[in-house]
Design a protein around this ligand. Structure first.
Ligand SMILES: [Zn+2]
Length: 157
């Protein structure tokens, strides 16, 4: 198999990296290794329900490459379920996505989104539409007015 030229972008490290069928001794289990790129392909296509074209953009791969990654990933997950194998998520030619920070002027909620996903339209916490980009997720003082104070204003008379 040829080496991929560039890393595939993934948004998060998985929280759970091992899955094991219940009631089967570990010594009797065969393990399948799912790459983090394969997990991300399943997450985008099957969990988020994205079209391959859009998902390919998120991972910075071509659409045919995405199709191959997700097909292989599904085959591994299917094998795990059908044949009762354990699964480990590990490795893959991946780079973590760079994140953008946003904050809500309504409730003060702050969160991050990966690049290339478009600007969020509303606050995920309170659905307020008055959200803004911040440079970093920084602590907010208590009892503030919720506005960001501009520093270094130019054009002052
Ligand atoms: Zn909010």
């Amino acid at each position: 198999m040829p080496r991929p030229h560039r890393n595939r972008i993934v948004v998060n490290q998985p929280e759970v990296i091992r899955f094991k069928p219940a009631g089967v001794p570990a010594a009797k289990l065969e393990e399948i290794v799912l790459g983090m790129d394969e997990l991300e392909a399943i997450r985008l296509a099957d969990f988020e329900g994205m079209y391959h074209e859009e998902a390919a953009e998120h991972m910075n791969v071509s659409r045919p490459t995405f199709g191959r990654i997700v097909a292989e990933a599904r085959r591994k997950v299917a094998t795990m379920i059908v044949e009762g194998k354990s699964l480990r998520i590990e490795g893959g030619p991946v780079t973590l996505a760079k994140l953008r920070a946003f904050a809500c002027r309504g409730c003060g909620y702050a969160w991050q989104e990966p690049h290339g996903t478009g600007r969020p339209e509303r606050c995920p916490a309170c659905s307020h539409e008055d959200i803004h980009r911040t440079d970093a997720l920084r602590g907010r003082g208590s009892g503030g007015c919720g506005h960001r104070h501009k520093r270094g204003r130019k054009g002052r008379p």
